[in-house]
Design a protein around this ligand. Structure first.
Ligand SMILES: Cc1cc2nc3c(=O)[nH]c(=O)nc-3n(C[C@H](O)[C@H](O)[C@H](O)COP(=O)(O)O)c2cc1C
Length: 132
């Protein structure tokens, strides 16, 4: 299985968790590590290139820090622009069919704070899906 690891971290040089995760898989020949903030310092994607990367992998993993209960801003932009009508969804939009999608999310809050009854009030469930 070919795995695409899309890493979105606004300051990977200062990261402790996400940098370590990236380094842990850097020798794995099944995994392509795609560090998106470093690839696009001007935030202007090569849309066809990004779509080709997704097309040529079976499992897409989004790795990022949790930021304000959400994703880093460049990841939001990537989702909005790369997952385009006619490619990812809508008429003829079947490029993602059969692919697996996962999230690997680091948090500042402790594991305990993300339990039901913890200070965040909700738990973080592992997300993994296969797209039909
Ligand atoms: C702008 C911003 C927003 C953040 N929001 C959250 C949050 O909502 N919940 C949380 O648990 N941690 C939050 N954090 C903490 C980061 O998730 C945490 O520092 C990061 O996951 C650690 O990974 P790293 O060492 O790779 O940076 C936030 C950090 C920043 C900079």
């Amino acid at each position: 299985m070919k795995i695409l690891l899309c890493v979105f971290h606004p300051n990977i040089a200062e990261s402790r968790v996400n940098k370590r995760w990236m380094e842990a898989v850097s020798d794995d020949s099944q995994i392509t590590v795609h560090e998106v903030y470093s690839t696009y310092p001007n935030w202007s994607f090569d849309l066809k290139g990004e779509q080709q990367l997704v097309e040529t992998h079976d499992r897409i993993v989004f790795q990022h820090p949790f930021q304000w209960y959400s994703v880093p801003p460049l990841m939001k932009k990537w989702l909005d622009e790369v997952l385009d009508y006619g490619w990812a969804y809508g008429s003829g939009g079947t490029a993602l069919s059969g692919k697996e999608w996962l999230s690997a999310i680091s948090t500042g809050g402790s594991a305990q704070s993300y339990q039901l009854g913890g200070s965040n009030g909700y738990d973080l469930l592992p997300s993994h899906c296969k797209i039909r």
